[in-house]
Write a protein that binds this ligand. Structure first.
Ligand SMILES: N[C@@H](CCC(=O)N[C@@H](CS)C(=O)NCC(=O)O)C(=O)O
Length: 225
């Protein structure tokens, strides 16, 4: 690390699996950064100031250039910009990186479905749309089935990681999404159904970057839906 390196700022939320991906990458690469924890659903949040989509994570630069948002976009930037520090997180091979990107997309879709069903559930029994909730549940179950199959195939092949032989953005995204299923209680009994997946996630969760970023609940006091 350059001694005079100014820290980046990551707008984050303590339970956010999206922001967690970026936090893990920054920690693993040893990049100085500060966390600005927000509750993006509350009126006092700074999030809309930096992202018209009003979502976090958002990466702010010390040189004042435009903020960058969307976790996958930030994650790719971290991997490319700091390719010479810590684990590479991308392979540099176009086809393997396509596989990594696909797993990141699957993880993001799973996390989106968890967030949507969580808020649908908060609407109150008389307002919940059962078909909408069912749609999100199908996505969650489908993504978990896919992760179960992906991980089983890799474990059966004697591989520790999802793509190639080193830790990548695919592993980080998968762990963040699957642990969010647990944290938000989005699918009961998945760990009994996908035993290899549960074991694989538990193993990575003990590593540097993962331990420090385990999700922590926050308290939304305003009505969101
Ligand atoms: N596609 C976005 C999704 C991020 C996202 O949904 N973040 C949540 C917090 S976990 C958020 O800020 N939601 C506020 C909103 O949707 O208005 C990303 O990957 O960064």
């Amino acid at each position: 690390m350059a001694t005079n390196e100014q820290p980046l700022t990551l707008i984050s939320a303590t339970p956010s699996p999206f922001a967690r991906m970026n936090r893990i990458a920054l920690i693993l690469k040893g990049i100085p950064f500060e966390l600005q924890n927000e509750i993006p659903w509350q009126s006092e949040t700074q999030t809309p100031k930096y992202n018209p989509l009003e979502k976090l994570p958002i990466l702010l630069f010390p040189d004042g250039r435009a903020p960058v948002y969307d976790s996958a976009h930030i994650q790719e930037y971290i991997a490319r910009k700091y390719a010479d520090r810590g684990p590479k997180l991308l392979t540099g091979d176009v086809d393997l990186d396509l596989d990594i990107g696909q797993i990141v997309v699957l993880a993001e879709g799973l996390m989106d479905a968890i967030v949507l069903s969580r808020f649908e559930n908060r609407r109150g029994e008389d307002k919940i749309s059962k078909p909408w909730l069912g749609r999100q549940t199908r996505k969650i179950e489908g993504a978990m089935r896919a992760f179960g199959e992906i991980v089983k195939a890799r474990v059966d092949a004697g591989k520790k990681y999802l793509v190639g032989d080193l830790l990548t953005n695919a592993d980080i995204a998968a762990v963040c999404a699957v642990t969010a299923v647990d944290f938000f209680k989005a699918q009961d009994g998945w760990d009994g159904e996908y035993v290899e997946l549960a074991k694989w996630v538990r193993g990575l969760e003990e590593g540097k970057g993962f331990v420090e970023t385990r999700p922590v609940a926050f308290n939304i006091t305003e009505v969101v839906v």
